[in-house]
Design a protein around this ligand. Structure first.
Ligand SMILES: [Zn+2]
Length: 428
């Protein structure tokens, strides 16, 4: 039987950069492994080349879905090694997708093959779904499958990517279970004015100047802090570890965050506690000597559970005033699965079983989005994991969507152990 690192290495060699994806090539590789093990499987290919691979082990009413995606983002330049070599070197697997998300594909495939090889008799069904097109919003992957044949992904609960990797605070290692994701409400703002010659600008109305004031207002805006119960629990545990003794309230969240030494983690926590607005593109004007009559700005807005389109529209209208047009061309609400249930407990217990009892295991709301949002909207509780071995290098996370992507073999094996443990605990 192949090891998880061999499966990952093979998957990295299959180029599935999206666009164009070509995920069918990865699906065919998985099909070879699962066919050889006698596990029933299929490739669902709603668009040519955009195949997702689905397999099922066991039968019975209980259903657990191992989800992952096979597409990767473009590699870009300046790597220290070939992004598609899949080399295994000094305890690391190297290449595009090593973390996002082919490590999870490999760990889930390995876990399924191992359970099949052991002949574990299930009192339920373990479903494996390695889907296409996650990196470009799932249109040719999970979304299409849920529209055309939802029964293929129907499960009691889902394990997917999306959890923050472990963080160490004052000697304690924290592991995370992603229970929800913030939503997106990208805004496109348009300011209009009146053109005239740039030498007598007071004859016109400058749309760029108008937009500059609006962007200033957006940058100065301090969104209200709102803590969902899971984020409150997470912050309270962190407060205990950093020695922040005041009772946690919305108005002292930022003080607590100052006690967190790891800056990137503190900023992720800040994003979990409020809406964020980032003016990321501005476009206006045509020539230096022409007063512009048009300026457009695109604002990346990420919203909390309970903040809907109407809320965003009202908040932004208040900020920008009546003179600027607001559109919301990309909207997807926040999604959340409860932590107060049997499935969350199972995931927590399996984490303790493989990572040891001297860790903390905490829920989190991710500032980013994954395919879990579509499953949650289809009524299927979904949880993201970011399990890594204790000795993992925290700097490695910066290689996701960046250069020199890699993962250590120990972390890959820990993921596989976790998945085997979870399936055994739930389905046998
Ligand atoms: Zn991913």
């Amino acid at each position: 039987m192949l090891t998880p690192e061999q499966i990952l290495s093979d998957l990295i060699k299959v180029n599935t950069v999206n666009p164009p994806g070509n995920e069918t090539a990865a699906a065919l590789y998985l099909k070879g492994l699962f066919d050889a093990a006698g596990i029933p499987n299929e490739i669902v290919e709603p668009e040519k080349g955009r195949g997702s691979f689905i397999a099922r082990l066991g039968s019975g009413p209980k259903k657990l879905l191992y989800l992952s995606h096979t597409d990767v983002v473009p590699a870009g330049d300046d790597w220290d090694y070939d992004p598609f070599s899949g080399d295994i070197r000094d305890g690391f697997v190297l290449g595009r997708g090593a973390r996002d998300c082919k490590s999870l594909v490999a760990a889930e495939a390995y876990a399924m093959l191992k359970l099949a090889a052991e002949g574990v008799s299930f009192n339920g069904t373990l479903i494996f779904g390695a889907t296409a097109d996650e990196e470009r919003a799932g249109f040719h992957g999970v979304r299409q499958i849920l529209e055309q044949c939802p029964e293929k992904l129907q499960a009691d609960f889902v394990i997917n990517e999306g959890g923050e990797e472990p963080v160490e605070i004052n000697g304690r290692l924290l592991y995370f279970i992603q229970v929800g994701e913030k939503g997106t409400a990208w805004n496109r703002l348009t300011a209009r004015g009146k053109s005239c010659h740039g030498s007598i600008p007071t004859l016109g109305a400058n749309a760029v100047s108008k937009m500059a004031k609006v962007i200033g207002a957006i940058s100065d805006y301090r969104p209200e802090i709102r803590l969902i119960p899971e984020v409150r629990a997470l912050l309270e545990e962190i407060g205990l570890l950093t020695g922040f003794t005041s009772p946690l309230q919305e108005n002292n969240v930022d003080l607590l965050l100052e006690t967190v030494e790891e800056k990137s983690f503190a900023e992720a926590l800040r994003s979990m506690s409020r809406m964020t607005l980032s003016p990321n593109m501005v476009n206006g004007g045509s020539m230096t000597n022409v007063v512009p009559d048009f300026c457009q700005a695109d604002i990346d807005i990420r919203i909390l559970p309970g903040q809907n389109k109407e809320f965003i529209y009202n908040e932004i209208s208040r900020l920008v005033g009546p003179d600027v047009e607001i559109e919301i061309p990309n909207y997807y609400p926040s999604t959340i699965s409860t932590s107060q249930c049997e499935f969350y407990k199972l995931i927590e217990n399996a984490t303790f079983e493989v990572a040891g009892r001297n860790i903390s295991c905490l829920p989190m709301l991710s500032p980013w989005a994954t395919d879990s949002r579509f499953l949650r909207d289809a009524g299927i509780p979904s949880y993201g994991i970011g399990l890594m071995a204790k000795e993992f290098d925290p700097q490695g996370r910066t290689t996701v969507h960046g250069r020199n992507e890699n993962i250590d073999v120990a972390s890959l094996r820990l993921k596989a152990d976790f998945l085997v443990t979870l399936a055994r605990n739930y389905l046998t």
